[in-house]
Design a protein around this ligand. Structure first.
Ligand code: LMR
Length: 329
């Protein structure tokens, strides 16, 4: 009579029912590129467990580690399209899209862990997260890893001139690129999980990373020299797809925020000890020669990277540079 038969109505009723079923369980796919036994890997697991427990299993957080689901470039695209709901890329990876984020990549920007925390939790972090407003991603927290060190297979790197003519893998970041340029080295931007292979085939001579990444991805198998330079800090921004986030009930948003806050505190304390452990593991290997920069060598490195600051300051802006100098005091 109304132009449709009863079986259609039943089907559509069943469909609604199913929709409700889907709504009952919320799945958050959380993709990242590093190993499980790292600050980010462990933090992601803690966060997932907390959220599941606190929502009585209503929210499931599925962790996909080691870049098995998406590598560096794809994970950014995937979260923007909503194919995954959460990622926690290195802050450097946002700096090509959001130039002010370059501030966090400036060499020797953070003289202490306290300075890193002041940047993430203070005006710098707030202002960087605000930059993302109105986009497909919402920044919820900053997570900690550690200082970057340099590895290579040519010769010990102690002085800026030792970089000359070497080729390094870098993350996609204009400041990191400029840093190596200042050292007269060349670079290729490669995904994290392609680094080992590119070291193996000698396409690149070296790379920079935290001790936890160098150890867990076995870069030491393909690298003869490690320079403990602490020349930059590698940390993360925890991102969630904006549409997904805004569609969540306020109670669930609260659970996620609170669990992230506790995980952030946890990873800020444990990331240092995890990297120390990986440093001890590397020392025990004896297959990689380790050199720690002395004061004079550090001074020369700082001298060499001055042009990086000159170029980045106008991009980062006066306000953020002022905040950076404040936390360096
Ligand atoms: C890298 O690409 O070297 C890092 O961003 C990997 C990571 O996420 O720690």
């Amino acid at each position: 009579f109304f132009g449709f038969d009863i079986s259609e109505m039943v089907r559509s009723y069943e469909y609604d029912d199913e929709q409700e079923g889907i709504k009952d369980e919320i799945v958050i796919k959380f993709s990242h590129v590093v190993a499980e036994n790292t600050p980010k890997g462990m933090a992601a697991h803690r966060f997932a467990r907390m959220v599941e427990e606190r929502t009585d299993g209503k929210v499931k957080v599925e962790i996909h580690s080691n870049g098995v689901l998406y590598n560096d470039n794809d994970e950014w695209e995937a979260i923007n399209k909503g194919n995954v709901q959460m990622i926690a890329p290195a802050t450097s990876k946002l700096s090509a899209y959001y130039p002010k984020w370059q501030v966090l990549d400036l060499p020797f920007a953070f003289p202490s862990y306290q300075a890193v925390q002041d940047a993430y939790e203070g005006p710098i972090g707030h202002s960087l997260l605000k930059e993302l407003k109105g986009s497909n991603v919402t920044g919820l927290a900053f997570w900690y890893n550690g200082y970057k060190q340099i590895t290579n297979n040519a010769h010990p790197i102690k002085y800026p001139s030792d970089f000359s003519r070497l080729h390094f893998r870098i993350m996609p970041s204009p400041v990191i690129d400029a840093q190596f340029e200042a050292f007269e080295a060349s670079t290729s931007t490669l995904p994290f999980n392609k680094t080992y292979k590119n070291l193996e085939v000698n396409f690149i001579n070296g790379q920079e990373n935290t001790l936890s990444n160098i150890y867990t991805k076995k870069f030491y198998q393909k690298q003869k020299y490690l320079t403990m330079s602490n020349h930059g800090y590698l940390g993360y921004v925890v991102l969630i797809n904006t549409e997904f986030w805004e569609g969540l009930q306020p109670e669930i948003q609260e659970v996620i925020k609170k669990s992230l806050q506790e995980t952030t505190e946890w990873v800020s304390r444990h990331s240092i000890e995890m990297n120390d452990q990986h440093s001890r593991n590397l020392k025990q290997l004896k297959s990689i020669e380790i050199h720690t920069l002395n004061q004079e060598q550090k001074r020369l490195w700082r001298e060499a990277i001055k042009p990086v600051y000159e170029d980045a300051a106008p991009v980062v802006g006066y306000e953020l540079m002022k905040e950076l100098y404040k936390i360096q005091l």
